[in-house]
Design a protein around this ligand. Structure first.
Ligand code: GDP
Ligand code: MG
Length: 421
């Protein structure tokens, strides 16, 4: 589908498709597309959207061709020859923001929805697109503005008939805001984890069955399995969903002493992954258990202990779960445990608005700091300074939703988009 938008969209469409008629808005019509030499490119379904009733809020034409490589390329070339230009990455969404069709949080949600590989990511993106987070942030900003209005009144009319506004009333309002803002900031860790997917690293000694488990969890062969210890030297990474939750699963080189240099580099990489992991799945089989006696599992926090090869190894009492890739035992239980460890907390209310990017967290944290500053100024009897701190807090919250006059915010958001979105 080729999307054409802007003030000249209808005139350009008429050049390519002579029967084009913008007055038949939102009507899908089968029309012939010709290039500038008059040669037929394709018969395409052409739909006109009249401003402001389009994605970007501008006059828009969508040309649904038969697809493939040549036809869309010739369609775009003919449009360029007729005077159009290629869109910049994210330009349609950016214009939608500038025309008030979407706010910046919603535009980010469009990108998240496109990038989603797991259902939980799509759900979260759709909730954000629906405006749940925008509404929450706007509510908080409105409360900050209301508190500053109270304060402005107290500053401008200190000797009103009813007496000055009780400073404790303003302090209570700010304190309540702080509580609500803190709870929104706490949604960042789970929200961001869903958006980017959780990093789960399979680790353990060589030959315990990590690569076999990796393949079994993936349902296809990605990593090399061998009876020779030290086969896996590179980290192998795959995106999958466990029960609908997004996981980046990594198979790593087994950790052992005395490895030669290439394997040693692989072990170094393993340790880096273990460091960055949201969850380490530590694999151990009986042979290793005999070797390390009671210390078959490292005492790392956030580590899930998996006893492998349960079809041939006796059970290990200190394991969280026993698995076998031969019989399939324990694989579903392992998936469930991983999901429980990574996603259970922070999801008590799945409809709650979430912060999902560091851009949001940084701005929300700045607002929280300014609320603290405002309280301190109120306590010091400096209402003017307190009012300035509240104004900064309201600006920071405004940045999350995106004020359209903030070129730097827009540039940061739309640089991550691809062309045509
Ligand atoms: N019987 C049995 N053998 C397994 C199982 N998982 C792995 N193996 C074998 O253990 C050896 C090492 O497996 P591999 O996945 O390469 O281990 P890694 O070095 O930890 O990645 C291979 O010969 C596998 O066939 C299992 O669940 N049951
Ligand atoms: Mg391996």
């Amino acid at each position: 589908m080729v999307r054409l938008a802007g003030p000249g969209a209808f005139a350009l469409a008429a050049k390519l498709a002579p029967g084009f008629d913008a007055s038949r808005a939102r009507e899908a019509r089968l029309l012939s597309l010709h290039d500038e030499a008059g040669e037929l490119i394709d018969r395409a379904v052409v739909t006109a959207f009249v401003a402001p009733h389009s994605y970007s809020g501008e006059d828009t034409v969508e040309l649904s061709t038969h697809g493939g490589t040549l036809v869309p390329a010739r369609t775009v070339a003919a449009l360029l020859a007729a005077g159009a230009r290629l869109a910049l990455p994210g330009e349609f969404s950016r214009r939608a923001v500038l025309n008030g069709r979407l706010d910046v949080l919603q535009a980010e949600a469009v990108n998240d929805l496109i990038d989603a590989t797991a259902p939980a990511q799509a759900r979260q993106a759709l909730r954000q697109l629906d405006g749940a987070t925008s509404r929450r942030v706007a509510e908080l900003r409105d409360c900050v503005i209301a508190a500053s209005a109270l304060l402005a009144y107290a500053i401008d009319f200190p000797e009103e008939d009813d007496g000055p506004i009780d400073p404790s009333r303003i302090r209570d309002t700010v304190a309540e805001l702080q509580i609500q803002l803190t709870s929104l900031i706490q949604s960042y860790n789970p929200g961001e984890r869903v958006r980017r997917g959780a990093l789960v690293v399979l680790s353990g000694a060589p030959n315990v069955g990590k690569s076999s488990l990796f393949n079994a969890l993936l349902g296809r062969t990605r990593a090399i399995v061998s009876e020779l210890p030290g086969t896996t030297r590179d980290a192998v990474q795959a995106e999958i969903a466990f029960d609908g939750w997004p996981i980046t699963l990594v198979d790593t080189a087994g950790i052992r002493g005395g490895a030669e240099s290439v394997e040693e580099m692989g072990i170094g990489m393993t340790l880096e992954y273990v460091d960055r992991a949201d969850l380490v799945v530590w694999c151990s089989d009986t042979a290793e258990k005999q070797l390390l006696s009671e210390h078959s599992f490292p005492q790392v926090g956030g580590c899930l202990r998996v006893a492998t090869k349960s079809d041939i190894a006796p059970g290990t009492p200190d394991a969280d779960v026993a698995v076998s890739v031969v019989t399939g035992e324990g694989l579903a239980a392992l998936r469930g445990l991983v999901v429980a460890r990574l996603f259970e907390t922070g999801y008590t209310d799945p409809s709650a608005p979430m912060l999902t990017r560091s851009r949001h967290r940084v701005a929300a944290a700045a607002a929280a700091r300014d609320l603290i500053a405002a309280t301190a100024e109120l306590e010091r009897g400096e209402p003017v300074l307190a009012a300035q701190a509240l104004a900064r807090a309201s600006d920071s919250l405004g940045d999350i939703i995106g004020r359209v006059d903030q070129e730097d915010v827009l540039a940061q958001v739309f640089s991550a988009f691809c062309v045509g979105k």
